[in-house]
Ligand binder design. Sequence first.
Ligand SMILES: Cc1cc2nc3c(=O)[nH]c(=O)nc-3n(C[C@H](O)[C@H](O)[C@H](O)COP(=O)(O)OP(=O)(O)OC[C@H]3O[C@@H](n4cnc5c(N)ncnc54)[C@H](O)[C@@H]3O)c2cc1C
Length: 473
Amino acid sequence: MKLRHAIVIGAGIGGMCAARVLSDRFERVTLIERDELAAAPMHRKGVPQSRHPHGLLDRGRRELNLLFPGLDDNLRARGGLDFDAGLDLATLQPDGWARRRRTRHLMLFASRLLIEAVIRDRVKAIPNVRFVEATEVAQLTFAAGDSPRVTGVDTRQVADNAPGHLDADLIVDCSGRGSRATRWLEQAGFAAVETEIVDADAGYSTCWYQAPPAEARPASWWWKGVFLNPAARPERPEDYYFALTLPIEGDRFLLTLASWGGRELPADHESFAALCAKLRSPIVAEALAIAKPTSAIYHRRGMQNVWKHFERGAHPAGFVCLADAVCAFNPIYAQGMTSAAVCAEILGIVSAEHDPADPAFPGHFYRRQAEFVRQPWALSIARDRQALENGVGDARPEGEISGQMWERIMREGAGVPAIAEAIFDVINLNRPPESLMQDKAFLAAATEILQRPPRPIPAASDIPPYPPDQIAN
Ligand SMILES: Cc1cc2nc3c(=O)[nH]c(=O)nc-3n(C[C@H](O)[C@H](O)[C@H](O)COP(=O)(O)OP(=O)(O)OC[C@H]3O[C@@H](n4cnc5c(N)ncnc54)[C@H](O)[C@@H]3O)c2cc1C
């Protein structure tokens, strides 16, 4: 039997995926969004991150296609691009260029704007989902009496502050990194939710470009994207920066300069171009010289890893939090949308197994969500802590994966198929990192690397400026 009404707070990726799974279980789903949602892909206040690249991991692409069959085709039809990261991305690892190789996996690249708009069109077509736009959820309401239960939300229209109220059997908070759910719960007398923060003080500066026509590009431009990592042994301040160009719809690309440890990031076109000119390879600056910038330089900080451990406490019935509202990652690892889609799928599974109105439901859901979330969390914090060790800051490694071990296996094993394939799967969240410890082929290759003395790190002058175009497989 279907329950009557579910409310989802926030129509980002997590909220829309949650609405999709709840539409199977509830007669009606109301998706409440603070912003007005234009039909065309447009930046909006509630999702400032849309100005920055949004890589969709292999797992995320597959999960979203399970939730919305044919989504890949919808994205391609509007300009989304297939992308084999091993083949199409010119990757300068800390100690040299990665060899080009075909992987078994295709990613799909598009702007966050387009990904969100295409998913929104699919959710809007679900008959029992209703969008309530330009309306903010201001507070939760609770049942009077002894049994703690969230019964609804108080709302406020953005245009004129007009108050409103909606009741529901289940309320799902998907209001993102800035969620106020823990505050709402505390104000109602519930214990504070234990919160873990790992802050590598990372930042992004991003600019959008119209790509030049193919015939205007130099011969070295075989790539669809470029990923320059910080140097293994930085010799100049610029060696600490990432540069990432990713193609998006409309023959455009985004270029992001990023760094950890609070390093200064360019905020205008001149300083942006100046940093690009000093990166570890000239290909980025050469591309910029013939591409047309179409945006300002967008600058972003506040990208710490934050995990609110709802699974550790007791919570009122009728309310759960999902996606960034529970666990937000340093976005450099591109895990957020994938994690949101998987968490929504878990919500669908748990709500099929347990009555969502039951007081035990939040506990079941939070435990299952945490089992998954610990996988991207472990990857993200291990690499952030390791980056801080190499650069600035005084974070101490204590995650499940040793950052140094990862670094060596990835650096020295990048050309070894058993390692490259396994690591690709872990990074794409197709398998948990601990599964590597049962993978005989991976273990044999990794052990060989770890048992020999570390391979010397080449001097910057020994690394060729341009990526190889030969394909290894
Ligand atoms: C700079 C940056 C780059 C990123 N790059 C990537 C990437 O490459 N790949 C990737 O997978 N992920 C990336 N992410 C993460 C990704 O954006 C999120 O993880 C993903 O969108 C899932 O978030 P969400 O749905 O939980 O929240 P969001 O997408 O942030 O959506 C939250 C929604 O809630 C609404 N809202 C907030 N409060 C209220 C309220 N009180 N009432 C009503 N509505 C409300 C907001 O307006 C918004 O629409 C990046 C994030 C940042 C910051």
